[in-house]
Ligand binder design. Sequence first.
Ligand code: MG
Ligand code: ZN
Length: 366
Amino acid sequence: MLKKPFAFFLIAVICPFFWGKNPSPTPTKEPINIILMIGDGMGLSQITAGMIANHNELNLERFRHIGLIKTFSSNDLITDSAAGATAFACGKKTHNAYVGLDAYKRPMTTILELAHERELSTGLIATSYIQHATPASFFAHQPNRYMYEEITEDILAGTVDIAIGGGRKFFDQREDGRNLIDSLAAHGYEVFNGLSKAKKQAESSRVVVLAKKEHLPQVTEGRGRFLAKAADFATGKLKQNNKGFFLMIEGSQIDFGGHSNNKDYIVNEVKDFDYTIGKVLDFAEADGNTLVIVTADHETGGFAIEGGDIDTGEVYGDFTSGKHTATMVPVFAYGPGAEEFTGIYENTEIFTKMINAFGFDLNEAP
Ligand code: MG
Ligand code: ZN
C-alpha cells in the first residue's frame, strides 16, 4: 500500500497532466522521408581536410546526433563499397564485391525495394556510374560489382523512381547489342542526357538522368554543383508522394581521390558533398518530416593530416595506402529519429535503424 504522503504527491504531480487538456492526436514520430547520404571513402581525416580547406567550417557541424560504425565485411576486415553499401541497404554483412546478395549469394530485399513495395517513392543519385557498387547495392542483385551490364538490367525491375548519375554506356553501348534506354522508356521512364533538360522537360514522377557515358567529371573539372542540383530536382519530385520517400545521395568521388592519393581531389569532393549536405538539411528543416543520415562506407587511402592553415585553407597530408582501410567512420543524423544514430555500432544497423524510423514491419506483407 502507498503511504499517504506519497499518494498525495503522485496525485499532485500526475493530475495536472490530465486536467483541462483536450486529448491531442498522438504525434507521429516516424519520418515520412529518409535521405541517406554516403560519402564514399569519407573518413574523419577526409572530413577534417575539407573543414580546414573551408576555413574551419562545414555544414556537417549542423548535426547534433553523431555516431561511429564498424565497417568490416563478412570475409574481410577491410570492406569494399559493394559489401559496405549492401550492409546499409539490406542489413547484413556480405562478401566484398557482392551487390544486394548475402554471403551465400542469396538475394536480399533492399530498403529501397521495401519502400517501393510500400508505395513510397524512391531515388538514387551518384557522381559515378549509377551502376557503380554503392548505388547498385540499393536496386541490383549480382555476385560481382563489375557486372555492369547485368546491374543495368536490374534497373528495369522498376523499383527506382528517380535515378541520376553517369554510366550511360551500359545502356546504349552494350556488348549484347541491346539498347536499354529504349527499354527504360518502354517501362514508363522519361530518360534524359542531362539534368537541366530533365528540370525543364520532365513531366512524370519516374525519371532517369544519364548525365554522362562514364562517371561524372570531378567537381573541379566541369561537374560544378551537379550533386546539389540533382538532390534539389529529386526531392522536388519525390516529395509529391505523401506516403513519403527514400533517397540515397552518394558523394562517389571522395573515394577516387583517396585511391589516387590526391589530397586536392579529396578536399574538393568533400567540400562539394558538404555543400550538398547543407542544401539537403535546408530541405529537411523546411519539411520537418525528413530524417537525414550522412555516413561513409569506409575510409580510403589511410589519409592523415600533417599540417595546414585554417586562414589560407591549405592542407598537407599523407597516405598509408592506395586502398580502403578498416578505421571506423562517422554517422551524422538530423530529423525525426536522429537520436537513434548515436553510439558505436555495426554498419548493418544503419539499415535496422532506418527500417525502424520508417516504421516498416518486415514480418508483415505490405
Ligand atoms: Mg561508391
Ligand atoms: Zn574505393
